[in-house]
Design a binder for this molecule. Structure first.
Ligand SMILES: Cc1cc2nc3c(=O)[nH]c(=O)nc-3n(C[C@H](O)[C@H](O)[C@H](O)COP(=O)(O)OP(=O)(O)OC[C@H]3O[C@@H](n4cnc5c(N)ncnc54)[C@H](O)[C@@H]3O)c2cc1C
Length: 296
């Protein structure tokens, strides 16, 4: 399973961006709007368009990052981990080429969303305290048809199944906005709080079920899996898109393929994060070729 991959530079490009504004969407989500000089050259493919953020270390006011062209990844890895920019994967929630802006929705994770500036990882903490003018580097697409869009239902698909948690919510919003009128979609979204639920505009015939985590539940409680097991699924040929915590993603995929008879080629699954592992650790596993790969 692909948790995170350093993307090829082309057709991606580096952009210097700054925070234009930030707004809380709910207790555990913040929307940050970015602007920058060359953003008319950024072209999102929509849906679950992924890109890379390069964040400053806590003691820096801008990321230490050198755009060395195609060799950027090797150069970045060779830098001192305490000084080099922190690299993280995110989703382009919405791009507005006319105003040269784009939005990214960050899940604020950690024990207590109110204390998010202190808890969670570097990206979550950065987002919780981001202010207008704060600077970042991003590696983002420069052409619409790029390798960072995974949601690609094949011809002949009768209906769509989507599951995810709050980290996948931006992608799910992008996918729902992209679906053609009348497309049948069954969607399950797990969030931490009632107030993290969002309006997700779509022309699709979408049934969206919000699953609010019980704070008293143990870590192995699987609201998405439980809801899916109890669901009556439509007839016809499905295409599934699953993202969120890696263990949940694997369990959902296994359920769909083994117990529901989904064609494994019609199940796109991506671990967006793994409990107990930072993105550096996941990247190190991939680089060393030791990443767990669920082929069932
Ligand atoms: C293709 C792709 C697209 C993504 N898009 C988005 C997006 O649009 N919005 C978004 O919020 N996230 C998104 N993510 C997930 C995000 O990259 C991870 O959550 C990332 O680990 C956050 O970085 P961090 O520095 O905050 O935490 P890290 O330093 O990576 O991790 C620190 C600790 O926090 C834990 N952790 C990480 N994420 C969470 C979480 N959500 N809840 C609870 N614990 C967590 C880790 O297990 C680790 O123990 C995406 C991931 C991928 C691969």
């Amino acid at each position: 399973m692909t948790a995170t991959v350093a993307p090829a530079t082309a057709p991606y490009r580096f952009f210097e961006v700054h925070v234009v504004r930030s707004r809380r969407l709910g207790p555990s989500m913040v929307r940050i709007t970015f602007g920058g000089e060359r953003l008319t050259e950024l072209v999102s493919g929509g849906r679950d368009q992924r890109f890379k953020l390069f964040l400053p270390q806590p003691h820096q006011d801008r990321p230490v990052f050198h755009d060395t062209g195609d060799g950027w990844y090797t150069a970045w890895r060779a830098q001192d981990p305490a000084e080099r920019a922190v690299m993280r994967s995110y989703t382009l929630r919405e791009q507005r080429p006319a105003s040269g802006e784009f939005d990214v929705d960050f899940a604020l994770h950690g024990a207590d969303p109110e204390a998010a500036v202190l808890s969670g990882g570097p990206a979550s903490r950065w987002a919780a305290r981001a202010r207008p003018g704060d600077r970042l580097t991003v590696l983002a697409p420069a052409v619409e048809d790029n390798g960072g869009v995974d949601f690609r239902p094949p011809a002949g698909t009768d209906w769509i199944l989507i599951t995810g948690d709050e980290t996948a919510l931006p992608a799910i919003g992008g996918i729902l906005a992209w679906l053609s009128p009348g497309t049948r979609a069954e969607v399950w979204i797990e969030v931490g709080h009632e107030d993290d639920r969002q309006q997700l505009p779509t022309f699709a015939d979408a049934e969206i079920t919000w699953l609010v985590r019980d704070p008293a539940a143990t870590a192995d409680h699987e609201p998405v899996l439980d809801a899916l097991r109890a669901a009556d699924l439509p007839e016809g040929t499905p295409y599934a898109w699953i993202a969120g915590e890696s263990g949940t993603v694997k369990a959902v995929r296994r359920h769909l393929v083994r117990e529901r008879g989904f064609d494994r080629r019609a199940v796109k699954f991506t671990g967006y994060w793994r409990r107990g592992a930072t993105e550096e650790e996941l990247l190190a596993e991939l680089t060393a070729g030791t990443a767990t790969n669920d082929k069932d």
